[in-house]
Ligand binder design. Structure first.
Ligand SMILES: Nc1ncnc2c1ncn2[C@@H]1O[C@H](COP(=O)(O)OP(=O)(O)O)[C@@H](O)[C@H]1O
Ligand SMILES: [Mg+2]
Length: 252
C-alpha cells in the first residue's frame, strides 16, 4: 500500500497531421493516499490513457513528476501492476501458471507461488478454472484472470485502463462487484480509468473528473463496502453522486 503523487504532470505529443504539438495532459496535480481507490473519468481524448501509461512508466512525461511513496517513477516496475482493456494471457500456460508467472519471475519457489496463485484464484472465484487454458475461458473469466495475475505480483499500486469495457453488461457488473470485494480485503492503492460514470462511482472512494488533460473536479464517494449493484441501484447517495459526476463529464 503506497501513495502516489502526480506533480505538475505534463505530456505533449507531436501530431504529424497538424504538424504541431498536442497537449494530452496539462500540468496535472493529483495525490492518491495509500489504499485509496481513485477512479479517473472523462470523455474520450481527455488524456486518461496517456496519464495511466505515464504512471505505469511506459511513456515518458514531458514535464512534472510522478512519485510512488516519494520515489520518482523512471520506467515500468513491479511496484505498479497494470491491467488493460485488452491484454494477453499466455495462451500456452494454464490459468494457475499465468497467475504464478510474476512470482516465478521474482524467484519464488514453485510450491509457494502455486499456493499464492491458488489463493488469488479463490479470491476471484476461479478455483475451478486453475488447470484450464485461456482459450477455454469466457472473456469475463479471462479478464478476471488478468486482474488476479496483476494482484499476485503484490503491486503497491494497481493501474487499470477500462479493464471491463469489452465484456457484456452482466459480466461487467459481476467483475465490478468482485473487484470491490477484493479491494476491500487487500486495500491495494488503485487508479482505475473509465469513461463509465456509474462504474467509477460504484468502485471508487474518490472520483476524479478530467477535462482536456486537467483535473476538473474531485468527488468523494462515501458509500459503504463491499458494493453490490442490487443495493446501490436504488440508493439515493449513489444516484445523486452518479448524476453529479455525469454532469461533470458532460461539461468536460
Ligand atoms: N501516440 C500519440 N501520438 C499523438 N497524439 C496522441 C497519441 N496518443 C494520444 N494522443 C492524443 O492525446 C490526447 C489524449 O489521448 P488519450 O490519452 O488516449 O485519451 P483518452 O484515453 O482519455 O481517450 C488525444 O488528443 C489523442 O489524440
Ligand atoms: Mg483511453
Amino acid at each position: 500500500m503506497k501513495s502516489l503523487a502526480l506533480n505538475h504532470l505534463h505530456k505533449t505529443y507531436f501530431d504529424p497531421y497538424a504538424g504541431a504539438q498536442v497537449t494530452a495532459v496539462r500540468d496535472l496535480d493529483l495525490q492518491v493516499e495509500p489504499g485509496e481507490f481513485v477512479a479517473v473519468v472523462g470523455p474520450s481524448g481527455c488524456g486518461k490513457t496517456t496519464l495511466l501509461n505515464m504512471i505505469a512508466g511506459f511513456l515518458p512525461a514531458s514535464g512534472g513528476q510522478i512519485l510512488v511513496d516519494g520515489h520518482p517513477v523512471r520506467g515500468p516496475g513491479p511496484d505498479r501492476g497494470v491491467v488493460f482493456q485488452s491484454f494477453a494471457l499466455f495462451p500456452w500456460k494454464t490459468v494457475l501458471d499465468n497467475v504464478a508467472f510474476g512470482p516465478k519471475m521474482r524467484g519464488m519457489p514453485r510450491a509457494e507461488r502455486e499456493a499464492l496463485a491458488r489463493e488469488f484464484l479463490e479470491l476471484a472465484g476461479l478455483s475451478h478454472a486453475a488447470a484450464r487454458y485461456p482459450n477455454e475461458l469466457s472473456g469475463g473469466m479471462q479478464q478476471r484472470v488478468g486482474v488476479v495475475r496483476a494482484l499476485a505480483n503484490h503491486p503497491d499500486v494497481l493501474l487499470m485502463d477500462e479493464p471491463f469495457a469489452s465484456v457484456d453488461a452482466q459480466t461487467r457488473m459481476t467483475l465490478q462487484e468482485e473487484l470491490s470485494r477484493i479491494w476491500q480485503e487487500r486495500r491495494t492503492t488503485v487508479v482505475f480509468i473509465t469513461h463509465d460514470v456509474s462504474e467509477a462511482v460504484f468502485l471508487a472512494n474518490r472520483v476524479v473528473a478530467l477535462s482536456k488533460g486537467r483535473v476538473l473536479a474531485e468527488v468523494p464517494v462515501p458509500l459503504p463496502l463491499p458494493r453490490r449493484w442490487e443495493s446501490l441501484l436504488n440508493d439515493e447517495t449513489f444516484k445523486s453522486l452518479s448524476a453529479q459526476v455525469l454532469q461533470l463529464v458532460r461539461s468536460a
